[in-house]
Design a protein around this ligand. Structure first.
Ligand code: SF4
Ligand code: SF4
Length: 380
């Protein structure tokens, strides 16, 4: 009972924090200072959505029999090794860029490695950023994770291979059998450059060709190369399976490129993407689209149920999105890598908010793509 009360209090705190942030954004972009007096901070995060007649995320899942979203068996650690990136994409939920200074230290990496040693059931280390390879200790961390026989995923923006001093990365990743999940929001140059910056498309194609030359994405090589698609604007992704067929055909015909799977990911209404929505007056419309597309079949596979996200400073979160909103794991469970305890974390309540509609809309969305569409079989 006490735990339930704590959970309710924490939810209220989060609600207030999120709502305060939302209001600040609105005030910054519209100058509507009157809003702060009209709507007190004690009201829930769903308040700004009342205009669009939407229910809160928690109410919606409760209507589908889930009174509290809780974690399950933890099979993966998603480690954010820093916010530095060589790009500054429009949709970035991390607010990453060359000017950021947050970097995971070797000491914190060693604490993550110690958790892996303690819990062999955690099979996967999913390394993200920023551009994770911009962390000067990236190679150390990958090498040590592989020594522990874990599957390692590198969330790679591809253009990092062309940063001075990073040209060795394709070979390094291949030698260590690291799975690569690479962003490529379209197979057309204009669309990619519009979202990710001028010249990004050409460099991405060149990087993919380098990876193919090493065996990545080719049948029988054992080197996995997956691509990530996210919509250019405030829309849901199309069918992952159908888009994958198009991508494979177009990339092979135009550039001779092969890859394993395509992951479609919904843009989350946070950080830079939310800034864009606000600037274009599309926030309500997008949130309404996400909420109206709620798909209960996505709930069992939500990534927060099977992973822990670790911030560059060792703080624990339910997912990378909660991390970017500074929503740490529930206080009834460990909140730092130093206190990591898998038994408690596997039963923790997940910290939810309106942004969670981004994971449950349409086919569902996660760092591994759609949650309800079957993936094609990868034979690499
Ligand atoms: S979306 Fe990825 S590549 Fe683009 S700025 Fe953010 S972290 Fe960097
Ligand atoms: S944003 Fe998605 S992954 Fe994160 S807590 Fe919400 S539902 Fe789970």
């Amino acid at each position: 009972m006490a735990q339930l009360t704590d959970a309710a209090n924490h939810e209220q705190d989060i609600t207030e924090t999120l709502y305060a942030r939302f209001l600040l954004r609105r005030i910054n972009t519209t100058g509507a200072l009157a809003m702060i007096r009209e709507v007190p901070l004690s009201q829930p995060v769903t308040v700004p959505l009342q205009n669009t007649h939407m229910a809160s995320f928690d109410k919606t899942i409760a209507n589908h029999g889930v009174s509290c979203l809780t974690a399950n068996t933890i099979t993966s650690l998603q480690v954010n090794v820093g916010k530095v990136c060589n790009q500054t994409c429009h949709h970035c939920h991390v607010d990453a860029g060359p000017q950021r200074i947050e970097i995971m230290t070797v000491d914190t990496m060693d604490m993550v490695l110690s958790v892996l040693k303690r819990y062999p059931q955690i099979a996967t280390v999913d390394i993200t950023g920023g551009a994770p390879e911009m962390n000067p200790h990236f190679e150390y961390f990958v090498t040590e994770c592989r020594k522990l026989n874990r599957q390692v995923i590198d969330r790679c923006n591809l253009t990092v291979f062309f940063v001075k001093g990073k040209g060795h990365l394709p070979q390094f990743l291949a030698e260590h059998h690291v799975d690569i999940v690479a962003s490529l929001p379209c197979y057309l140059e204009n669309n990619v450059d519009e979202q990710r910056g001028k010249g990004v498309f050409d460099r991405s194609i060149s990087a993919l060709q380098q990876l193919n030359a090493l065996g990545y994405g080719l049948e029988g090589s054992g080197l996995h190369l997956h691509l990530v698609y996210n919509p250019l604007g405030p829309n849901l992704p199309p069918s992952q399976r159908e888009l994958e067929i198009d991508y494979k055909q177009e990339l092979l015909t135009r550039f001779g490129i092969s890859f394993n799977n395509l992951y479609t990911i919904t843009n989350m209404p946070i950080r830079r993407f939310l800034d864009d929505l606000e600037a274009n007056g599309q926030t309500d419309q997008y949130l309404e689209l996400l909420a109206n597309s709620f798909n209960p079949a996505s709930l069992p596979g939500l990534m927060c149920r099977s992973m822990i996200s670790i911030g560059w400073d060792g703080i624990l979160y339910d997912c990378d999105f909660n991390q970017m909103l500074n929503l740490t794991t529930h206080p009834s469970s460990p909140t730092t890598i130093a206190d990591f305890d898998i038994q408690t974390l596997e039963h923790r309540p997940i910290v939810t908010g309106t942004h969670c509609y981004g994971c449950t809309a349409g086919s569902g969305s996660s760092c591994g793509g759609s949650l309800t569409e079957e993936k094609t079989v990868s034979r690499s």
